[in-house]
Design a binder for this molecule. Structure first.
Ligand code: FDA
Length: 405
């Protein structure tokens, strides 16, 4: 007979960022909590995050930096557990940290500090941690009790917090169980897709991109966010890198979260520069220079050679009509490329889409029609920009659910 472990108020599935935060919050609030995870270790994604230093929050985090079918959904939870609240926790545990880029906070030492902190918080809430437990079945009985069957026994509780994340990085234990459970309990799921992921190109584009591999430049990309009356444009300005398969770098990862198959991406290679005016100025100042020399005043050498070969005649600038320069300026400011796809979940930092927020309470993440069922973290259709936003969502949504059970 399978061992049954009753006597818990809440079962948390997933010992990642959101699950540990939810468990610690609930446990410290007096609930008897068990966390169940199939991985051998807790918080594996935290450990590899931010290049091993974990970009654990962003001081500017607000609903505007998240992608969701309901752009307002994240507001309530983000307001009740803020970046300052997380920083206060980090300070209480005497973890040294620093601000890298504007608002982005990282550990000085290692992401391990954050995992250890969360485990200490769980311990102070008397949370039971059950790792290396394979989940076999999850059900809700007629009395409203959740029953989680694992290969090490069964857990019973009136509340279930699903914090098993998204599909990105399967080698770290990611599975689609959150989406499967949502559907099983009648919740809709917004189609998931890899996000914060490099873009790949077809064979034809790869041919001319190959010699540019390794080259990087600061560029701007404007993305269309939302639809209908909620539509707005978002512009990112950051580094782009040519790879052997396409494009990567922070600005591309940001754009990938908005990219839809079949759409082009439009890259401003000279962000903040009036390209047409600048090229005419160079022509006036250095009439005897050639096209490559002119463009290499604005772009990395290899890119300058590439664009000069493709768009400028041989010879001195003095002999080039202004209209030719105006045309290359247009190309440089809005360089249209057609990605073939993305590097997929193997490389994606997060999963876009997930449990439809219309099915959840924005206050505490409980399913509207299934009492006691909570969905938190990356499993939910709330996807943050690069820069610490995704962890802030994990902390805030985990805290909201943890307070409610
Ligand atoms: P998370 O994925 O952390 O945890 C889910 C847990 O559920 C895991 O422990 C997993 O083992 C478990 N699980 C899954 N399926 C299961 C099953 N079937 N049975 C049992 N257990 C199961 N974000 C950020 O803000 N700053 C950063 O610096 C980075 N850096 C970064 C780098 C890399 C390489 C990646 C891949 C991701 C990031 N992120 C990030 C994103 C961030 O890691 C992510 O948003 C959070 O970890 C999401 O937290 P969750 O708790 O929702 O899922």
């Amino acid at each position: 007979m399978t061992a049954q472990a009753a006597g818990f108020d809440a079962i948390v599935l997933g010992a990642g960022a959101a699950g540990l935060m939810a468990a610690a919050t609930a446990g410290q609030g007096g609930a008897r909590v068990v966390v169940v995870d199939h991985a051998q270790h807790a918080g594996r994604k935290i450990l590899i995050s931010g290049g091993g230093r974990c970009n654990f929050t962003n001081m500017d985090a607000g609903a505007g930096q998240f992608i969701s079918a309901n752009p307002h959904f994240a507001k309530s939870a983000l307001a009740r557990f803020t970046p300052a609240d997380f920083v206060a926790l980090v300070q209480r545990h005497r973890i040294p940290w620093h601000e890298k880029a504007a608002g982005q906070l990282f550990c000085d030492r290692s992401a391990r500090d954050i995992v250890d902190m969360l485990l200490r918080e769980c311990a102070s809430g008397q949370v039971t941690l059950r790792l290396s437990h394979r989940i076999i079945d999850v059900a809700r009985d007629a009395a409203g009790q959740y029953r989680v069957e694992t290969d090490h026994g069964v857990f019973l509780a009136p509340s279930l917090i699903v914090a098993t994340g998204g599909l990105s990085i399967p080698r770290l234990g990611a599975t689609g169980i959150a989406h499967d459970l949502a559907r099983r309990f009648g919740l809709r799921v917004v189609a998931p897709a890899p996000a914060l992921v490099p873009l790949v190109f077809g064979a034809q584009d790869r041919e001319w991109m190959e010699p540019l591999a390794g080259l990087s430049a600061t560029v701007g990309i404007t993305c269309q966010a939302g639809a209908g009356r909620q539509a707005r444009q978002v512009t990112f300005r950051d580094g782009m890198v040519f790879t052997h398969r396409g494009l990567s770098g922070p600005v591309i990862l940001q754009a990938s979260s908005y990219w839809q198959p079949g759409q082009p991406v439009e890259i401003d290679l000279l962000p903040g520069v009036d390209a047409a005016a600048r090229l005419l100025e160079i022509k006036r100042d250095r009439p005897r220079a050639g096209g490559v020399a002119m463009l290499s005043m604005l772009l990395p050498q290899r890119l300058a050679q590439f664009f000069a070969a493709a768009h400028l005649p041989e010879g001195q600038l003095a002999g080039m009509p202004d209209a030719v320069l105006a045309n290359v300026a247009r190309v440089l400011s809005a360089w249209r490329l057609n990605p073939h796809g993305t590097e997929g979940y193997v490389k994606a930092e997060v999963t876009r889409g997930g449990v439809d927020t219309d099915c959840l309470s924005s206050r505490d993440m409980e399913a509207r029609d299934v009492p006691g069922l909570f969905m938190v973290g990356e499993a939910v259709d709330v996807t943050g920009w690069l820069g610490g936003y995704n962890f802030q969502w994990a902390w805030a949504s985990g805290y909201a659910a943890g307070q409610a059970v």
